[in-house]
Ligand binder design. Structure first.
Ligand code: OGA
Ligand code: NI
Length: 330
């Protein structure tokens, strides 16, 4: 187990940079964001424009869904396109250190593409599945609105990211970029269990996110932890508290690769403290057609591209495959 390589159970709380999206001085924001991304790839955003009412309603509706009898939830069991309900223990994000799957159940809502798009596209932009509206009235409408608003917030963050990487402010706006973004939102409910790293019991195992960035809303139950240096012995884990009216944002592996390793995508996990916990991450990627090739501003004669170019769709398939092969071995 990880206990031997992990610092004793001191409570460390991380203090992350806060990006105020209402600040019209984007260059000032870019300097702050860049520092945060060189350091940990985690930061908060405030004044993002999503109303608190919508956020609260999404959490209320999410709680109502998870409170349904299992039989009702199984009616919207995850399909082959990964949309819908994933029961508890279905995922195990850190198989080397976990004795059980993650203590969480989820519900995935993705992008819906045009009905006539070719087969390949459909796996990224297929139709969502929804709980029965007689059972949960207004549920679909709330979640669709949340998805749309959360993606809008990510697009404005991407403009600051572009400046922080010395690119044009609209670099990520085009149709092959976030104009046709692949963005999966997952509602999570963590069971009220107590995690114990020394026994390999985690609410969610250590991992880094594979996408471009993640926009995370959590309730106020502490649980999320980050590790800035995975190779440190012992590893040092810091809690990331939730801040009212703020989102937590983190850079994913795809942007780390795109930026030639400049922006960090770091390990994080969730420890259960015995209370039920709810969260809603939105995992954002550019269009499946986007070529992820080292950004022009992140390479030079003495800093050559470290990774070959790869199409976003191939990158995603590769990552899915790795996760599944990993899980088969355990
Ligand atoms: C994730 C994740 C954190 C949380 O789903 O990738 O890191 O607080 N979630 O739910
Ligand atoms: Ni994550």
């Amino acid at each position: 187990m990880e206990s031997k390589t992990e610092e004793a159970s001191m409570i460390n709380v991380s203090s992350l940079t806060c990006i105020d999206l209402d600040n019209s001085n984007l260059h000032q924001l870019a300097v702050l964001l860049k520092q945060a991304c060189l350091d940990s790839g985690f930061f908060y955003v405030i004044n993002h424009g999503m109303s608190e009412e919508l956020k609260e309603e999404a959490f209320e509706q999410s709680k109502k869904f998870f409170a349904l009898p299992l039989e009702e939830k199984m009616k919207v069991l995850r399909n082959e396109k990964h949309r819908g309900y994933a029961p508890i223990h279905e995922s195990r994000l850190d198989p080397k250190n976990q004795v059980q799957g993650d203590y969480k159940e989820g519900f995935t809502i993705g992008m819906e593409g045009p009905k006539d798009c070719p087969d390949l596209d459909k796996s990224f932009y297929s139709s969502n599945i929804w709980p029965n509206p007689d059972v949960l009235p207004g549920w679909r409408e709330t979640m669709e609105k949340y998805h749309q608003e959360a993606l809008r917030v990510c697009k404005s963050i991407a403009r600051v990211i572009a400046l922080a990487l010395d690119l044009d402010v609209d670099y990520f706006d085009g149709p092959e970029m976030l104009g046709n973004s692949i963005a999966n939102m997952i509602l999570f409910h963590y069971e009220g269990i107590l995690s114990d790293p020394s026994k390999g019991i985690y609410a969610c195992g250590a991992h880094s996110d594979y996408g471009m960035m993640t926009l995370l809303a959590t309730d106020d139950v502490m649980g999320l932890q980050i590790c800035k240096d995975k190779d440190a012995k012992p590893q040092k884990w810091e809690y990331v508290p939730s801040i009212k009216k703020a989102f937590i944002v983190n850079i994913g592996d795809l942007l780390e690769r795109w930026s030639n390793g400049l922006f960090k995508s770091i390990l994080h996990r969730v420890l259960g403290n015995g209370q039920n916990r709810y969260s809603i991450p939105l995992f954002v990627l550019p269009s499946h057609k986007c070529l992820i090739d080292c950004l022009p501003t992140c390479q030079s004669k003495i800093n050559l591209p470290k990774y070959p170019a790869i199409k976003c769709s191939s990158y995603i398939f590769q990552r899915y495959k790795e996760v599944h092969e990993h899980q088969k071995q355990t």
